[in-house]
Design a protein around this ligand. Structure first.
Ligand SMILES: Cc1ncc(COP(=O)(O)O)c(C=O)c1O
Length: 391
């Protein structure tokens, strides 16, 4: 937030800041989907819907889960909410009691630990390592588990790292989960469709024995460029889903009637969003390839090539300790991001916010020429931090 505020102040002062901090696609909602929203309004589809979402949308979501994820849910095992964020919060509130532990691999999406705290539960952060593509090791998980462990939150493809969990690794994690009967898994699959083959998405609930133990969260914001429509959903065993629904019915009630019609149109685009989504994913992939290559030229920077989502999470810690005239010491990810904003006029997010202070997160939800300009500026600014190493 501090960096965003500073970036906004600079923009207001007329400085041409390149913003690569956003967690949303730079594309507009695909036209056929958006048109469904206009039609919904014209047809007067503007009233309250059932709290859990319209039956037609929940049926379409069940169909999607079956076709794309090999998961069998019935409409009463689905809750549609105002964004995946609401699904996750409600799930955490519904299943956690004070004193329970929520296991969160780091780097994590910023909201997970705060949601655990909102439920008076204790976030237990399990670090992962860039050399291991930021993937949770089953042994590291097992070492943190006890009878207090209530919820493990997995995010694949991941924000902020872009890592994708291979099926075999998820299976090993499931084997650990099986040993702790109180432990549930919240599988955040919101970046499912933004994935770069050969990486493949696996739904945790589809692993043997895990359906009963898993709450699967997904949504429309990222793959369908629908962040402003606020539409997400959760699938899981009925008793958990109806507990989440109770929280929703006493807070926001059902999602927007118009957005639910739009969600139906998005699912009607076909497997994995069809051509519309494939076009966006192709653009993300080109940008990823460019950035990985470009930053790969920089000495001392560690990169784990993202396999999904639209973020690059790079380790710049070898530059920490550098002193810059007129700026001060770059001592952590926050000061590095302030430096990049100040000297390169590029806004990126400090890794400390995601539980890994060695890194910074660049969102590549921006056009390629913008990314090219940003990468050049960042590299120039970073090269000033150290005398270049003689070859
Ligand atoms: C990992 C992850 N999960 C969930 C969300 C929430 O998405 P929404 O509430 O827009 O559906 C986001 C958005 O940034 C995210 O990055």
């Amino acid at each position: 937030m501090a960096i965003t505020d500073q970036a906004t102040a600079l923009v207001q002062a007329g400085v041409p800041v390149i913003r690569l901090a956003a967690g949303e696609p730079d594309f507009g909602t695909p036209v056929p989907i958006a048109e469904a929203g206009i039609d919904a309004i014209r047809q007067g589809y503007t009233r309250y819907t059932p709290n859990a979402g319209t039956l037609e949308l929940r049926e379409a979501i069940c169909h999607k889960f079956q076709e794309e994820n090999g998961l069998s849910y019935t409409p009463d095992q689905i809750l549609v909410s105002n964004g995946a964020k609401q699904c996750i919060l409600q799930a955490v509130l519904a299943v956690c009691s004070p004193g329970d532990e929520v296991i969160i691999p780091a780097p994590y999406w910023v909201s997970y630990p705060e949601m655990a705290r909102l439920a008076d539960a204790t976030p237990v952060i399990v670090p992962t390592h860039i050399d291991n593509d930021f993937l949770l090791r089953p042994e590291a998980l097992a070492a943190q588990l006890s009878e207090k462990s209530r919820l493990l939150i997995l995010c694949s493809p991941s924000n902020p790292t872009g890592s994708v969990y291979p099926k075999e690794l998820l299976q090993q994690i499931a084997d650990v989960v099986k040993r702790f009967p109180r432990l549930l898994v919240l599988s955040d699959e919101i970046y499912e469709h933004i994935i770069y083959p050969p990486a493949k998405h696996t739904s945790f609930a589809a692993l043997p024995g895990m359906w009963e133990r898993t709450l699967t969260v997904n949504g429309f914001s990222k793959a369908f460029a629908m962040t402003g429509w606020r539409l997400g959903y959760l699938g899981g065993p009925k008793h958990f889903v109806s507990a989440c629904g109770k929280i929703q019915s006493q807070s926001t009630s059902g999602a927007s009637s118009i957005s639910q019609k739009v969600g139906l149109a998005a699912l009607a685009l076909g497997f994995a969003g069809g051509e519309e989504v494939a076009t966006m994913v192709k653009a993300f992939r080109e940008r990823r390839d460019y950035l990985v290559l470009s930053f790969g030229e920089l000495d001392g920077v560690k990169i784990s090539e993202p396999q999904g989502a639209f973020y690059l999470f790079m380790d710049f810690s070898s530059y920490y300790g550098s002193e810059v005239e007129g700026f001060g010491v770059i001592k952590d990810s926050e000061s590095l991001c302030r430096y990049l904003l100040d000297r390169a006029q590029v806004a990126v997010v400090p890794g400390g916010a995601f539980g890994d202070d060695n890194c910074i997160r660049i969102s590549y939800a921006a056009a390629l020429p913008t990314l090219q300009e940003a990468a050049e500026k960042i590299k120039k600014a970073v090269e000033l931090l150290r005398p270049s190493v003689a070859v």
